[in-house]
Design a protein around this ligand. Structure first.
Ligand code: BGC
Length: 754
C-alpha cells in the first residue's frame, strides 16, 4: 500500500511538473494568439492593457508591458510627426541618437503629393526601426478648424480629403518599414486650451463630413496599426470612453482592426474606456490596473470585453520589431535622410506672390542681400512640444544664403546673430523644457537710418518673419496671428527704403500656422511660404529663390483677410480668462460649440467673403494649360482625365490639379463645391504634357443627412471643376446621377445639445 501511494505521489509530481514545463514553453507566436489568451492569468491580461515604465529607448513617450513567461515583449512608442522624437544622448556612451527633422505636416500637405509623402515617411520610418521603436505616435491629423490652434503645424489642412489622403500616405510610408503608426488625436481635438477637458460640441453632419472624414480615409486607405483617442470630450463624453466612436464607427463601420490607445494621461473611469474599445491606457499607471482588475473581478468588465482588448493587443504585438527580435543598428543614414528632408521641403514650399516675375533671383543682379528678421538666424524648423525632434542642427537662412553664394550685409547679419546667441543662452539658463511655449522671439528694431544705408549697399532685401507654435496652448491674435508693431515697422521701413531705390523686397514666412497677410502684403514684391520646413528647409527656400527649384506647393487652407472673418473664431478661445466664470461652464474653455457646423475654411469663404489667399492657391515660375477634361460616370462614381501642359518657354515645373465637385441643388444645403480628388504632374519640361486620371466614388460625393443618419448623393447634374486653386477653375465637365443613393450609418455620436 505504502509503495502504491509513493508511486501515485511520484506520478502526480511528474504530471504537475510536466504541466508546468508545458505552460512555460507556450510562448507567443503569430498563430497561437487564442492559446496564449487561454494561458494568461487575469492579472497578465490586465497588465497588457496599461502602459508601463521602460528605458529601452530613452526619450520614447511610452511602453507596453512585457510578460516574460509568455514571450510577450515590451514594445516602444515614440513621438512624431516631423521625425522620430527620442533623447539624443545617453548616459555612459558617447554615441548620439539624433533624428532627422523633416518638414512639418502642414508643409508636407502643401505639396499635394501623396507619392512624396510616402517617400518621406519611408525614410522617417527607417529611423523608427533602426532606433528600436515599434510605433511612431503620428501622424497628427486634426483639421485646421481655426488658425490659432497651437498644434496646427502637426496637422495638415482645413479640408478632410487632403488631410485624409496625406495621412494615409504617411501611414503607408512609415509602415513599409515593419513599424506602426498611431493616427491622432481621435477626434475633434481642435484647440489646445483646456484640451484635457474641453467638450467639443459638434453636429453629426460636421463630424461625419469633416472631423471624422479624414480619419475614415486614413483608416481605410492607410491601415494604421494604432489610433490614439484624444483627451477632450465629444458631445459630452470623453472620446476615449465613447463606444460609438471607438467601436461602432471606427471598427464596425470603417473596419479598423488595430489597437486604440489613449492620449497620455490618466482619466477617471478607466473601466468605461476599456468597455468603449480603448485597448491601451497610456502612459499607464497602477491605478488603472487596479480599476480594471476590480471591474473584471466584479463582472463590470466581462470576460469577452477583456479578451477582445487583449486579443487586439496581442495581434498588435506580433507585428512589432521587438517581437521579431529585430536587431536594430542605432545608426540610420542621417545624411541620406537630410537629402530627403530637403527635397520634401523643395517640393512643398508655396510661392504666394511674385510681382514682375522678380523670382527666381538672377544671382548676378542680386548678389548682395540685406537679410532681416530674428528668424533669419533663429529659424523655426519644426515647433515645440511632443512634435519637436532632436536634430543635429536646423539650417538657418543666413547659413543657407551664404552657402548658395550670396553676400550678406555683414553688420546686419552680426546684429541678429548676437541677439539670438544671447537669447539662447538665457533659454539654456532657464532650462526651457518641452512644455515651454515660445511662440516668437521678439523682433529687433532696425533704425530708419541703418535701413537707408543697407538699401544703398545691397541689391535686395529679404525679411524673414518667424513664428513658433506648440503643444499645450493656442496662439494669440495679437503679436502672433497679427504682426507685431516692430515687425510692421520693419517691413514698412525696409519697403520704403528699398523701393525708393527700385530695389525689391522679399518676405519669407517661416511660420507654424496662418497669419494675417492682407494688411501688409503690398509692401513685398515676392512672398514665399515655407512654413516650418524642418532641418534642411532653409536650403530649400534658397533653392527656390535662386530658381534651382520651381515652387509647386499650394495652400492646404485659406488665408483670411481678418481673423474674425473665420466662422469658428466666434467659438474659439482667442481671448479667454480661466478665472472667469464657473469651472465646467466656461464657453470655449470647458466647452466649445462648433456653431459654424460644416462651414469651415473654403466651404464658407467661397460664397461668403473675400480672402487674402484662397485654399489651394500657389504660384509657379512657369504656366500651365488645362485641356478639356473627360469624365466617364456611372452609378458608382466617375473617372476624370485631364491633360496638363507646361506652356512656359524656359522653366520646367509641376502642377497640382484640384478636382472639385458641385452637387445639384435641392436636398441638403451644401458648399458651392468641395474638393473630391487631386493629382500632381511630374516635372514637365517646357512644352511637355501629362494626362492625369482621378477617380471619385459616389459614396465620396455624398453629404450627411442627420435626419436619416445616412450619407446621401442627390440625383441630378453634378459639375466637375478642375482648378489651379479653389477659385481659379480652369476647366469643367458634368455628369448626371439618375437616382438618389444612400448609405445608412449608426446614430451613435451624440448630439451637441445633449
Ligand atoms: C500628446 C500626444 C503625444 C503624447 C506622448 C501627449 O501630450 O498630445 O500627441 O503623442 O503626449 O508624448
Amino acid at each position: 500500500m505504502k509503495k502504491l501511494s509513493l508511486i501515485v505521489l511520484l506520478c502526480l509530481v511528474g504530471l504537475l511538473s510536466f504541466a508546468q514545463t508545458n505552460s512555460n514553453t507556450i510562448t507567443l507566436r503569430e498563430d497561437n494568439i487564442e492559446e496564449i489568451l487561454k494561458a494568461m492569468t487575469i492579472e497578465e491580461k490586465v497588465s497588457l492593457l496599461v502602459g508601463g515604465p521602460g528605458n529601452l529607448v530613452p526619450g520614447a513617450a511610452g511602453y507596453t508591458r512585457e510578460i516574460e513567461r509568455l514571450g510577450i515583449p515590451m514594445t516602444v512608442l515614440a513621438d512624431g510627426p516631423a521625425g522620430l522624437r527620442i533623447r539624443p544622448t545617453r548616459e555612459g556612451t558617447d554615441q548620439t541618437f539624433y533624428c532627422t527633422g523633416f518638414p512639418t505636416s502642414t508643409l508636407l500637405a502643401s505639396s499635394w503629393d501623396v507619392a512624396l509623402m510616402e517617400y518621406v515617411t519611408q525614410a522617417m520610418g527607417n529611423e523608427v526601426l533602426e532606433y528600436g521603436v515599434d510605433v511612431l505616435l503620428a501622424p497628427g491629423m486634426n483639421l485646421h478648424r481655426n488658425p490659432l490652434c497651437g498644434r496646427n503645424f502637426e496637422y495638415y489642412s482645413e479640408d478632410p480629403l487632403l488631410s485624409g489622403k496625406m495621412a494615409a500616405a504617411y501611414v503607408r510610408g512609415i509602415q513599409k518599414n515593419g513599424v506602426g503608426t498611431s493616427i491622432k488625436h481621435f477626434a475633434a481635438n481642435n484647440q489646445e486650451i483646456n484640451r484635457l477637458e474641453n467638450d467639443a460640441r459638434v453636429s453629426n453632419r460636421a463630424l461625419r463630413e469633416l472631423y471624422l472624414k479624414n480619419f475614415e480615409i486614413a483608416v481605410k486607405e492607410g491601415k494604421p496599426w494604432t489610433v490614439m483617442s484624444s483627451y477632450n470630450k465629444l458631445n459630452g463624453e470623453y472620446t476615449q470612453q465613447k463606444h460609438g466612436l471607438l467601436t461602432t464607427v471606427l471598427r464596425d463601420e470603417w473596419g479598423f482592426d488595430g489597437i486604440v490607445m489613449t492620449d497620455w494621461g490618466c482619466k477617471e473611469n478607466t473601466v468605461k474606456s476599456v468597455k468603449a474599445g480603448n485597448d491601451l491606457m497610456e502612459w499607464g499607471n497602477q491605478v488603472e490596473i487596479d480599476r480594471i482588475l476590480a471591474a473584471v473581478n466584479s463582472g463590470e468588465i466581462s470576460q469577452e470585453e477583456l479578451d477582445r482588448n487583449v486579443r487586439n493587443m496581442l495581434n498588435y504585438i506580433v507585428k512589432t520589431p521587438h517581437f521579431r527580435h529585430y536587431n536594430y543598428s542605432n545608426k540610420p543614414d542621417l545624411k541620406a535622410h537630410a537629402q530627403v528632408a530637403r527635397k520634401a521641403a523643395e517640393e512643398s514650399i508655396i510661392l504666394l506672390k511674385n510681382e514682375e516675375r522678380l523670382l527666381p533671383l538672377e544671382k548676378g543682379c542680386y548678389r548682395k542681400v540685406a537679410l532681416y528678421g530674428v528668424a533669419s538666424v533663429d529659424f523655426v524648423g519644426i515647433g515645440t512640444g511632443s512634435g519637436e525632434v532632436n536634430t543635429t542642427h536646423i539650417a538657418n537662412m543666413q547659413e543657407a544664403m551664404t552657402e548658395a553664394g550670396f553676400t550678406l550685409d555683414e553688420n546686419l547679419a552680426e546684429y541678429y546673430r548676437q541677439y539670438v546667441n544671447q537669447q539662447q543662452t538665457i533659454d539654456k539658463m532657464e532650462q526651457s523644457n518641452r512644455w515651454k511655449y515660445r511662440n516668437i522671439r521678439e523682433e529687433l528694431a532696425v533704425s530708419v537710418k541703418a535701413i537707408g544705408l543697407q538699401a544703398k549697399e545691397n541689391n535686395v532685401a529679404i525679411v524673414v518673419i518667424g513664428r513658433n507654435a506648440g503643444e499645450g496652448t493656442d496662439r494669440t491674435l495679437k503679436d502672433d496671428f497679427e504682426l507685431s508693431a516692430t515687425e510692421r515697422e520693419l517691413l514698412q521701413n525696409v519697403s520704403t527704403a528699398f523701393h525708393a531705390l527700385c530695389k525689391p523686397v522679399i518676405v519669407v514666412l517661416n511660420i507654424g500656422g496662418v497669419i494675417e497677410t492682407a494688411s501688409w502684403k503690398h509692401l513685398a514684391d515676392a512672398i514665399l511660404l515655407p512654413w516650418s520646413p524642418g532641418q534642411e528647409g532653409a536650403h530649400a527656400v534658397v533653392d527656390i529663390l535662386t530658381g534651382k527649384v520651381n515652387p509647386s506647393g499650394k495652400l492646404p487652407m485659406t488665408f483670411p483677410v481678418e481673423y474674425m472673418d473665420i466662422p469658428s473664431s466666434r467659438n474659439f478661445p482667442y481671448t479667454w480668462d480661466m478665472t472667469k466664470g464657473r469651472k465646467g461652464e466656461r464657453k470655449n474653455v470647458d466647452y466649445t460649440d462648433y456653431g459654424e457646423n460644416i462651414w469651415v475654411g473654403y466651404r464658407y469663404f467661397l460664397t461668403n467673403r473675400e480672402v487674402s489667399y484662397p485654399f489651394g492657391y500657389g504660384l509657379s515660375y512657369t504656366t500651365f494649360d488645362y485641356s478639356k477634361p473627360k469624365v466617364k460616370a456611372d452609378k458608382d462614381g466617375f473617372i476624370a482625365t485631364i491633360t496638363i501642359t507646361n506652356t512656359g518657354k524656359v522653366t520646367a515645373g509641376r502642377e497640382v490639379v484640384e478636382l472639385y465637385v458641385a452637387a445639384p441643388d435641392g436636398g441638403l444645403e451644401k458648399p458651392a463645391r468641395e474638393l473630391k480628388a487631386f493629382a500632381k504632374t511630374k516635372l514637365l519640361a517646357p512644352g511637355e504634357s501629362e494626362t492625369l486620371t482621378m477617380k471619385v466614388s459616389a459614396y465620396e460625393m455624398a453629404s450627411f443627412n442627420e435626419e436619416h443618419s445616412a450619407w446621401e448623393t442627390a440625383a441630378g447634374t453634378y459639375k466637375v471643376l478642375f482648378g489651379a486653386s479653389s477659385v481659379d477653375i480652369r476647366s469643367t465637365a458634368s455628369f448626371n446621377f439618375k437616382k438618389v443613393q444612400s448609405w445608412e450609418v449608426h446614430d451613435v455620436l451624440g448630439n451637441p445639445k445633449d
